[in-house]
Design a binder for this molecule. Structure first.
Ligand code: NDP
Length: 316
C-alpha cells in the first residue's frame, strides 16, 4: 500500500513529488511514457523564475527530476492504464483505497492518496515536416516560444480562442502574424475575433490548410506551403515561426468514468481537489487557461499540500 502516488512527471507532478517527499509521504511517481512532459518539446525557456539565462526544457525537467530523486522520490517508467477510485462515501476514510493499473507492467498499485498530473498533449497537424521541426521553429505554445521570434514573420494555425489569443500575443513581438484557418469563420469568441480583425499586424488566411512546413533539410522553418480548401490553389507563405493552436487533449482517459470532467475532458477541481476524497489533480490536466510551467508547478505544490492534509486526517 502506497501513501501517495503521483501520475505524471511534468512540472506539476514533480513539484507535487518534491513537496510530498519533504512531508515524509514517500511518494511514488508513475512517470508516463513521455517523462518530463510537454516542456521537453521546448528548446529554450526564459520565463521560469530563478534562471537568469535561458535553459532548455529538457534541462529544466532534468533538474526537477534530480531534485526529487535527492529527496527520496521513487520513479516508475510506466503509465496508468486504468485507475479505480474509491468513490464510495459510505466507506470510512481510512478504508478508501485507490487502485492504479500500470499499462506496461500490468501491476496493480494501491494508494491512499492520488495526484493526477498527466498533463495535456498539444494537438499537431500530423505532417512529417511539422514533426521534424518541432522545437526548430514549430511550436505548440506561443507564450513559451513567442519571444524567440521577435521582429520576424510568424503564422498561427487554428481558429479557436487559443489561436486568436496566441496571434494577439505574437502581434506584440513579431513583425507580422498570419492566422491560417481551415474555414471562413472563426470558432473563437466574438470579442477575440473582433480584436484580431482590428489588429493591423495580423492577417487571416481563410479557407487554407498547411500542406508542408519548410524546410526540414535546413533544420529550421523558412516558410509554409498552404492550400486553399475550395480552389485547391497552393501558395507559399514565408515565415520563420509556425505556432500550432488547434487544441489540446487532456490526458484523462483513465479517469473519465471516475472523475467529473468538463466538456473538453479536463478534470474539474476545486483548488486541486476533485470530487473524490484523496484524489487531486494538478497542472494542465485541470487547467486549459494558463498552461504554464510555473502555474503547473504551483498547482502541483497545492495538490501535495492538500494531499498531506488529507492523509493526516486518516489516522493511519
Ligand atoms: P478549439 O477546439 O476551440 O479550437 C481549435 C481550432 O483549431 C478550431 O478553429 C479548429 O477548426 C482548428 N482545428 C482543429 N483541428 C485542426 C486541424 N487538424 N487542422 C486545422 N485546424 C484545425 O481549441 P482551443 O484550444 O482554441 O480552445 C479550447 C477551449 O479553451 C475552448 O473552450 C476555448 O474557448 C477555451 N479557451 C479560452 C480562452 C479564454 O477564455 N481566454 C483562451 C483559450 C482557450 P474548426 O473551427 O474548423 O473546427
Amino acid at each position: 500500500m502506497e501513501t501517495i502516488i503521483i501520475l505524471g512527471s511534468g512540472p506539476a507532478g514533480l513539484t507535487a513529488a518534491i513537496y510530498a517527499a519533504r512531508a515524509g509521504l514517500k511518494p511514488l511517481v508513475v512517470e508516463g511514457m513521455h517523462p518530463g512532459g510537454q516542456l521537453t518539446d521546448t528548446t529554450d525557456i526564459e520565463n521560469f523564475p530563478g534562471f537568469a539565462e535561458p535553459l532548455g526544457g529538457t534541462d529544466l525537467m532534468d533538474r526537477m527530476h534530480r531534485q526529487a530523486e535527492r529527496l527520496g522520490v521513487r520513479f516508475m517508467l510506466d503509465e496508468a492504464g486504468a485507475v479505480r477510485l474509491a468513490a464510495d462515501d459510505a466507506l470510512p476514510p481510512a478504508e478508501r483505497v485507490h487502485e492504479v493499473t500500470l499499462a506496461m507492467a500490468g501491476d496493480k498499485l494501491e494508494t491512499r492518496a492520488l495526484i493526477i498530473a498527466t498533463g495535456a498533449s498539444a494537438r499537431y497537424l500530423g505532417l512529417p515536416s511539422e514533426k521534424l521541426l518541432i522545437g526548430h521553429g514549430v511550436s505548440g505554445c506561443a507564450t513559451c516560444d513567442g519571444a524567440f521570434f521577435r521582429g520576424q514573420a510568424v503564422a498561427v494555425v487554428g481558429g479557436g480562442d487559443t489561436a486568436l489569443e496566441d496571434a494577439l500575443y505574437l502581434s506584440r513581438l513579431a513583425a507580422s502574424v498570419t492566422i491560417i484557418h481551415r474555414r471562413d469563420a472563426f470558432r473563437a469568441s466574438k470579442i477575440m475575433a473582433d480584436r484580431v480583425l482590428a489588429n493591423p499586424a495580423i492577417t487571416v488566411c481563410w479557407d487554407h490548410v498547411v500542406e508542408e512546413v519548410l524546410d526540414p533539410a535546413a533544420n529550421t522553418v523558412t516558410g509554409v506551403r498552404v492550400r486553399h480548401v475550395k480552389t485547391g490553389a497552393v501558395s507559399l507563405l514565408p515565415v520563420q515561426g509556425l505556432f500550432i493552436a488547434i487544441g489540446h487533449t487532456p490526458n484523462t482517459a483513465m479517469v473519465k468514468d471516475g472523475l467529473e470532467l468538463d466538456p473538453n475532458g479536463y478534470i474539474v477541481t476545486d483548488q486541486t481537489r476533485t470530487r473524490v476524497p484523496g484524489v487531486f489533480a494538478a497542472g494542465d490536466v485541470q487547467d486549459h487557461r494558463y498552461r504554464q510551467a510555473v502555474t503547473a508547478a504551483g498547482s502541483g505544490c497545492m495538490a501535495a499540500l492538500e494531499a498531506e492534509r488529507y492523509i493526516g486526517t486518516l489516522g493511519v
